[in-house]
Design a protein around this ligand. Structure first.
Ligand code: 6R9
Length: 649
């Protein structure tokens, strides 16, 4: 059952007015199902400007290693910026930037073209060449967009690391991608305060042995920073003074565009990498047919951070390839007050809003009266991404934000899929609150049982798989092709992409996503691995053993709950140990990974083969009757845990 309980049987048909103007039409489903490759070839040619046309749409001969648009050449930055200027739209606003403190910048496509050219020239002057990796550790400021596009222009794959990640997390990502240059800022504004960023870069690089030659630093907060002679340079010294002209050479369709790290089932994050032609095509297509973007009239706002895939695909590549006007907001939703987002919607006349269920549930908690104070009548499409949206939150979103009329698209996809895969089309689909509904035209999915047999019975729970390659699919795990095959293409054989999500059909054939089936948690839409947090905990000298579970949480979807065995037993440690361990995890990984609670226990439940039975710990964390304990090596352990828990929330 999806979070939030049973499905609410209610459905919302598109209005005739909306359907008439929508980009996504019902015919797309037929077109795509009869001629899969022709369909995708058409999307690529209609939506993207190719410097050299491709000869073959898909080469799947070396499956699961795909090549899309073989022989084609293009430049992603040219597609996102220059061609709009060439088409006479240079005066169109690309970005309405709203800083947390209220500072604003309006950046047209002509401005963005100059900004990207300058950044590309500056990166080249720092030694970046095609194929080199650049790490980006920046807040939500326009320089982040310019840097990503500058990298794309040069053909230097970027690896954006979320600004909330710690120095350690940054260090491992820099090392894995062997980044030559890091682009960062002195600091970032969070909840009205300046928090340092550059200091984390210094800490990440001070271990001596690292591949980084240059650090480019944007001045955002004017906080104190140490600039290391010969390594660190200011953005205003090298970018602002660079030439605003830069030639965009075409790159092969399969040239790597970026690496983005995501949590897997082991402690080591996976460097998911995407290439150029297929990724850009599917981002542009989905942003058009799912968000229903009309670039001449819409004001689009995706509230994700650029450090996550949603920011890559639906702030940078999709909307800019389509020539959208969009809002980028730097800060948190409650700074300086809980109506900040709605104030922004009203101020810019936002028409399309794309956000996450955790945010919606937070607004529900803050109260209906807050959005009610603002004029939200410009909103005509609402989107949701990151985790299942429970029907109550869906209905609240429609009523309180969408004025009871804006369609909601619940979009299922992953860092690995690169772009939206399962979602309604807002002018076509009768919307069912809580379900992502159907694969979009061009995408095929199935739900399989444990033996790999397709399940079609309503309510039978199985595993979601994708049955055909798609243009924006990951091309692999950076530096680890075996792990790519093993993780995604072996659970049900090499014909099925295993997504790692549980799913079921309802009686109408809608797909309901039921959360991860592996040891990956989803906290506020962010993927965290249990193993990664466990290894952070055991790296603390007081911890002998640790097990982490995702317990359901009203606001964040799941919350991190840890069970630890302390060295020498609980008696030897003070009350502040739990707090210290929570802070330790925040320091090792980042504040998003900080456990909501840590329970000190005398034992952990294990199978005979020594595997921790997280299912039982989840029962404890969620205050449920503990389930079947028969496979435990020692079935008295659960009683010991419940009796011996010496620390709660
Ligand atoms: C885009 C993004 C991917 C995981 C995915 C699934 C969950 C995302 C969802 C959803 C239900 C939706 N997920 N969207 N579950 N309904 N609409 O979030 O990428 O960070 O890689 O997370 O998020 O569990 O497998 P990523």
């Amino acid at each position: 059952m999806p979070p939030g309980g049973p499905s609410v049987s209610q459905s919302f048909a598109p209005s005739p007015e909306f359907a008439a103007q929508a980009n996504g039409k019902a015919e797309l489903y037929d077109e795509a199902s009869t001629e899969h490759e022709e369909f995708w070839a058409k999307q690529a040619r209609d939506r993207i400007t190719w410097a050299k046309d491709f000869d073959q749409t898909l080469d799947w001969s070396d499956a699961p290693f795909a090549k899309w648009y073989v022989g084609g050449e293009l430049n992603a930055a040219y597609n996102c910026v220059d061609r709009h200027v060439e088409a006479g739209n240079g005066d169109r606003v690309a970005i309405h930037f709203e800083g947390e403190g209220g500072d604003t910048r309006t950046i047209t496509y002509a401005d963005l073209q100059k900004d990207v050219a300058k950044a590309a020239n500056a990166l080249e002057s720092l030694g970046v060449a095609k194929g080199d990796r650049v790490a980006i550790y920046l807040p939500m400021i326009p320089e982040a967009v310019a840097t990503m596009l500058a990298c794309a222009r040069i053909g230097a794959p970027h690896s954006v690391v979320f600004g909330g990640f710690s120095a350690d997390a940054l260090r491992t990502r820099i090392a894995d991608a062997e980044a030559r240059v890091v682009v960062t800022a002195d600091g970032q504004f969070r909840r009205g305060k300046a928090a340092p960023l550059k200091a984390a870069v210094d800490a990440a690089l001070d271990s001596g042995d690292n591949p980084v030659e240059k650090v480019l630093v944007v001045q955002r907060t004017k906080g104190d920073v140490e600039m290391k002679e010969g390594r660190d340079v200011w953005w205003h010294d090298v970018v602002d003074t660079a030439s605003d002209e830069h030639t965009a050479y075409p790159h092969d369709s399969e040239h790597p565009l970026f690496i983005l790290y995501t949590s897997g089932t082991t402690g080591k994050p996976k460097g998911i990498f995407h290439t150029t032609g297929g990724y850009l095509t599917q981002c542009a297509y989905t942003n058009s047919v799912v968000h229903d973007l009309h670039p001449e009239t819409d004001v689009y706002w995706c509230t994700a951070d650029i450090g996550w895939v949603t920011g890559h695909s639906y702030i940078v590549y999709g909307p800019l390839a389509n020539g959208a006007t969009q809002v980028i907001y730097e800060g948190t939703p409650d700074t300086p007050h809980q109506g900040r987002w709605w104030e922004i919607v009203e101020k810019y006349g936002v028409t399309i809003l794309y956000t996450a269920p955790t945010a919606i549930r937070t607004f529900m908690k803050w109260g209906d009266d807050i959005p009610a104070k603002y004029n939200l009548s410009s909103l005509r499409v609402l989107g949701s991404v990151g985790e299942p949206i429970n029907p109550e939150a869906w209905l609240w979103y429609r009523k309180n934000i969408g004025g009871d009329k804006a369609p909601i698209v619940d979009t299922w996809w992953q860092t690995e899929t690169g772009a939206i895969m399962i979602s309604p089309l807002p002018g076509v689909t009768d919307l069912e609150p809580g379900s992502a509904q159907k694969p979009i035209p061009g995408i095929s999915a199935e739900i399989l049982d444990d033996e790999g047999q397709p399940l079609h019975d309503p309510e039978a729970v199985g595993y979601l798989v994708l049955t055909k390659p798609w243009p924006s699919m990951l091309r692999g795990i950076w530096g680890d092709p075996e792990r790519y095959k093993e993780t995604y293409w072996s659970r049900f054989g090499d014909k099925y992409y295993f997504a790692g999500d549980g799913a079921k059909y309802d009686e109408k054939g809608n797909i309901w996503l039921l959360g991860r089936v592996d040891d990956v948690m989803n906290v506020s839409g962010h993927r965290l691995s249990t193993a990664e947090i466990e290894s952070a905990l055991v790296s603390h000298p007081t911890v002998a053993e640790a097990a982490v579970v995702g317990a359901s949480d009203e606001t964040t979807g799941q919350a991190v709950v840890a069970f630890v065995i302390l060295r020498g037993g609980a008696e030897d440690h003070g009350d502040d140990t739990v707090q210290e361990l929570r802070n330790h995890v925040a320091k090792e990984i980042g504040p998003i990974a900080k456990p909501r609670s840590i329970m000190v226990v005398p034992e952990l439940p294990k199978t005979r083969s020594g595997k921790i039975m997280r299912r039982l710990l989840r029962d404890v964390a969620e205050n449920r009757e503990v389930g079947d304990v028969t496979t435990l090596a020692d079935d008295s352990v659960m009683n010991l845990i419940k009796d011996g828990m010496s620390s709660g929330k």
